[in-house]
Design a protein around this ligand. Structure first.
Ligand code: GLV
Length: 309
């Protein structure tokens, strides 16, 4: 009985090697090994298609390779008894926060514009958009949202958070619930999406909500592409209502070459690199989840399937 690594498009062989280092005498396979389906007790994956899981009758654990497990929870044939786990990596939250600060400064300190000016050997000073005049609003105040707040606070940015359900954060004021969202957006100059993707948050950042942001606001998405209606964002960037967007995640990854995000002057687009959990930690937590399942122990990284995180 062992672990099947199905992490594609992330490199399955690399993940399998990392898991083998932690797995002792537990066999670890990739799909190319064609293990007997009855021997598969755990699967490590990023995204799954319907039709895969029912082939493994003795599956106990489905471990994700990321903090978000939306790519696993969406399959309709996920058996009820299977424990789904995500990765918890404190360093990942800090790296995401670094990315968000870099992306925001790209716009508020006009770094993109200065790169263009440098290409033309042009010396032109632009007014600084002061931190105290940029209210940062973070959607999602879990580990990642709180790390993002911790990165902005010492730089002088006012920071507040919004959570879907009532959830306090140790470092910032948080408003919660659908009823508080529009008021929150109306007071947010820098909107950072750090939510898990669930049925409730899918398409949350649509035209109606983005239009409530103040003129010149900047949108940063480090959640999932599914949170944002990209066509609505484009409309509001083009109309001049929004000042810029920092996008690390997309509805389709990678976005097609002719997708507007690649060329848009007001978009900083990156290939889902804000941060991934360390592979060694992914492997360690996957093996730990299987060992715990075998012994009937509590699963500290199990997700609540009803909540989606
Ligand atoms: C990255 O997107 C993750 O879910 O860890």
């Amino acid at each position: 009985m062992g672990i099947l690594v199905l992490t594609e498009p992330a490199p399955a062989d690399d993940y399998a090697d990392a898991v083998r280092k932690m797995a002792g005498d537990i066999p670890v396979w990739t799909s190319g090994d064609h293990p007997e389906a009855t021997r598969v007790e755990a699967i490590l994956a990023w995204r799954l298609k319907p039709g895969i899981l029912p082939a493994y009758p003795n599956l106990r654990v489905l471990s994700g390779i990321g903090a978000g497990v939306d790519g696993l929870l969406h399959v309709p044939d996920l058996p009820e008894h299977v424990v789904v786990t995500r990765v918890v990596d404190p360093a990942q939250a800090v790296e995401i926060a670094q990315y968000v600060v870099a992306g925001v400064l790209h716009f508020t300190r006009d770094i993109g514009e200065y790169v263009r000016q440098q290409a033309e050997s042009r010396w032109r000073r632009l007014p600084v958009r002061g931190a105290s005049r940029c209210r940062v609003g973070i959607l999602g105040v879990g580990r990642v949202g709180q790390a993002i707040a911790n990165a902005f606070l010492p730089l002088g940015y006012p920071v507040t958070g919004w959570s879907r359900s009532s959830r306090p954060a140790s470092n910032i004021e948080v408003v919660s619930g659908a009823g508080a969202l529009l008021g929150f957006l109306a007071c947010t100059d820098i909107l950072v999406c750090a939510l898990p993707l669930t049925q409730e948050t899918h398409g949350l950042l649509n035209r109606a909500r983005l239009a409530v942001l103040p003129q010149g606001a900047i949108v940063v998405n480090v959640g999932r592409g599914g949170h944002l209606v990209e066509a609505d964002l484009r409309e509001l960037l083009d109309s001049g209502h929004l000042g810029g967007a920092v996008l690390d995640v997309f509805a389709n990854e990678p976005p097609p070459r002719d997708n507007w995000v690649w060329q848009h002057q007001k978009v900083l687009a990156t290939p889902h690199i804000a941060s991934s959990p360390a592979r060694q930690l992914v492997a360690e937590q996957c093996v730990d989840a299987l060992v715990r399942a075998r012994r009937g122990l509590a699963q500290p990284n199990a997700v609540d399937r009803a909540l989606g995180y």
